[in-house]
Ligand binder design. Structure first.
Ligand code: MG
Length: 386
């Protein structure tokens, strides 16, 4: 690469944002041209100073004034969704590391501008799949999945059929660590605490996705994400529990061959793959050691004790805004759980109860999606314990 690739990291103060910076620190072929954050302004200031970032996005005017005072006139501060959209247009690669549905403007704007989207925000793709599909055909637009399972599938699908229905693929297999409560019985699950849910056995991640991993909703959302990304219907996508988190996912072809991608569980590998492609960046974190015994165990998930999985498949089959409802209600439930207002065992039942009010129909516009999202959230809020 002669010119440095211009990178923007949206949601830079979160877990994926920080790990993206770590990748950028160790590679000189990139230039960080824009960052955004919704919270942790002190951290944001430190990042802008360290990387000499020329443009910054924040959600509101008060944060913008605060930041402008601290950073001086050399840094341009932009505000709100409109500001984010501008930042996305100005980069070669945009890392969408915003948490939840709030990442939607970044996903759409990056693809509309014909840029590469390094997607860590699965919620925007899941909720808006039919709308994302329309802007994906913009010349230059590409989605490179940062989510480790999808990054693995992406690598295992290299060389597969270009036909839209992927006739040479029998099944995509998404691996799951099983989360911290694998092997628990119903009684133990009923007594789960906030602290226990935030302790993931193999991955270092933000609180929202860590809780989603403990309910297996993260895996359910990943099935929807894989279906939207790779155009494979959910009935050809399986989930398999693999506690060591070394095989990140697999593609089973029609001839019975299974291709897998293996690595140490470190998100920086996936981020580096998405930023550098088609070049692979040399780095030294997360190597597997094949000179020692290595156990690659697989087992089926317990769908009765972890009903989030079947709920997600069901939403995929219903289509339209059903995945948006699933994701929105789950965001409300997880937030309430993190605030201590909802028990762990009530997270998925609250999502299921919200979905009972969903009415099927096509999803046609961003405005409609925002209305559906708001309705699901309001119903979920209404079912929270007082
Ligand atoms: Mg994942």
């Amino acid at each position: 690469m002669s010119q440095p690739r211009r990178v923007a990291v949206m949601g830079v103060t979160g877990s994926i944002g920080r790990q993206s910076l770590d990748v950028l620190r160790r590679a000189d072929q990139f230039e960080l041209v824009a960052v955004s954050a919704g919270r942790r302004l002190d951290d944001l200031v430190a990042i802008v100073e360290e990387f000499r970032v020329p443009r910054v996005g924040v959600p509101d005017e008060a944060s913008a004034r605060h930041l402008a005072e601290r950073l001086g006139s050399g840094v341009e501060v932009v505000v709100g969704d409109a500001g984010l959209v501008e930042l996305c247009r100005d980069a070669d690669v945009v890392v969408n590391a915003v948490v939840g549905f709030a990442g939607l403007p970044v996903t759409l704007a990056t693809l509309e501008a014909g840029r590469r989207l390094a997607l860590a925000n699965k919620e925007s793709l899941i909720a808006a799949a039919p709308l994302v599909e329309r802007v994906r055909s913009t010349p230059g637009a590409e989605i490179w999945p940062v989510d480790s399972e999808h990054c693995a599938l992406h690598q295992c699908l290299v060389g597969s059929s270009e036909e839209p229905t992927r006739p040479d693929v029998e099944r995509l297999w998404i691996t799951a660590s099983g989360g911290p409560f694998r092997g628990y019985g119903a009684e133990e699950l009923a007594a789960v605490t906030r602290e226990a849910a935030l302790r993931h056995p193999t991955w270092q991640m933000g609180p929202k996705i860590t809780v989603d991993s403990s309910t297996l909703m993260n895996k359910g959302l990943e099935v929807l994400e894989a279906s939207a990304l790779f155009h494979v219907e959910v009935d050809r996508i399986g989930v398999v529990v693999h506690p060591p988190s070394i095989v990140h996912s697999m593609v089973e072809y029609v001839d019975g061959s299974v291709l897998a991608q293996l690595s140490a569980p470190d998100m920086r590998l996936a981020i580096a793959y998405c930023l550098g492609a088609p070049e692979r960046l040399a780095h030294h974190w997360g190597r597997l050691d094949f000179t020692k015994p290595l156990h690659l165990d697989f087992e089926p998930p317990n769908r009765e004790l972890f009903p989030a999985l079947d709920l997600a498949y069901d939403c995929a089959r219903r289509g339209g805004a059903a995945p948006a409802w699933l994701s929105a209600a789950n965001e409300v439930a997880v937030e309430a759980f993190l605030e201590g207002r909802l028990a762990w065992r009530d997270i998925i039942p609250l999502v299921a109860a919200t979905l009972e009010h969903f009415e099927e129909g096509p999803l046609e516009s961003v405005e409609q999606l925002r209305e559906e999202d708001a309705r699901a959230r309001s119903l979920a809020h209404g079912s929270l314990p007082r």
